[in-house]
Design a binder for this molecule. Structure first.
Ligand SMILES: [Zn+2]
Length: 286
């Protein structure tokens, strides 16, 4: 038996141009209206997967321990945060696993908390935190483009606590009874994408920053943040081959409006969004 629940951790802002790469503002701004500073609003939507005895949290949002100056750039806002959303379902102590797709601050920030004396500690005390060797090394010794996204206080304390474990980098590797992982290298090195078998013939995929929103489905819509944009395009193609053939459900981490959707090929042979709706409605459909 597997149960999936949305964990909202609030919204933040990122430059619209950076989010859409080479796509002109006149096009992306139609569905993603920017503010006066060209910033668009994005969700940081995580997922709780209760898979047998394991209570697995996928990604953790931006957290709350960074400086005011840092937060002034990214303007986290909204009524929900990681802990409130998790404890709506279970206690923090009950989380057994935290699967972190990659260590960019908007995905791993909530994994480490900070006490009033400035000491860092893992937010979920009984959990094993999961990454892989390739990504850990990449984040620990970052290139100049990603250095501002890999903040050591977000992941080194996990290693120091002894709670960080490494997953073997092999497509299709089994993570839990109902979750297998695939690895993608266009956005960053060895980003992990969970495929969750819902047990009823359907699969829910958490593509993380391979497909951050339903507005990123078309091929050239690749974020300027990606370290290897041409690899992202190849990976989107092979990802679509899997998910369109099988009608997999996608969970959008950063989509401001839509929690889930599907990708279909239209009559012109273009990949387009389909069945955009809440996770709840998606699960009730069919
Ligand atoms: Zn990222």
């Amino acid at each position: 038996m597997v149960k999936v629940s949305v964990i909202n951790t609030g919204y933040f802002k990122l430059d619209g141009g950076a989010m859409f790469g080479i796509v002109p503002k006149s096009i992306w701004s139609r569905i993603n209206p920017p503010d006066d500073n060209n910033l668009c609003t994005w969700a940081m939507r995580c997922l709780l997967v209760e898979d047998g005895n394991r209570k697995i949290l996928i990604d953790t949002g931006i957290g709350n321990k960074q400086s005011e100056k840092f937060f002034s750039f990214f303007q986290p806002h909204g009524n929900e945060d990681l802990m409130t959303s998790v404890t709506h379902f279970i206690s923090a102590e009950e989380i057994t696993d935290v699967l972190i797709t990659h260590f960019h601050f908007d995905h791993v920030g909530g994994a480490v908390s900070c006490d009033s004396k400035g000491n860092y500690y893992p937010t979920f005390p009984n959990a094993t935190y999961w990454t892989n060797e390739l990504h850990y090394k990449w984040a620990y010794d970052p290139n100049a483009r990603e250095a501002a996204s890999f903040l050591k206080e977000n992941f080194v304390p996990l290693k120091d606590s002894g709670l960080l474990s490494m997953i073997e980098v092999e497509d299709g590797v089994r993570f839990s009874d109902h979750i297998t992982l695939r690895f993608y290298n266009g956005h960053t090195e060895a980003m992990m994408v969970p495929f969750i078998d819902l047990g009823d013939g359907r699969t829910l995929v958490y593509p993380a920053d391979l497909l951050p929103s339903s507005g990123h489905i078309r091929m050239p819509y690749v974020m300027a943040y990606d370290i290897r944009p041409l690899v992202t395009i190849q990976e989107k193609q092979s990802f679509y081959d899997i998910i369109t053939d099988n009608r997999h459900i996608l969970f959008f981490e950063h989509d401001r409006q839509h929690e889930t959707g599907k990708v279909i090929k239209n009559e012109k042979g273009r990949f387009v969004a389909d069945s955009l709706m809440s996770l709840k409605d998606q699960l009730h459909n069919n």
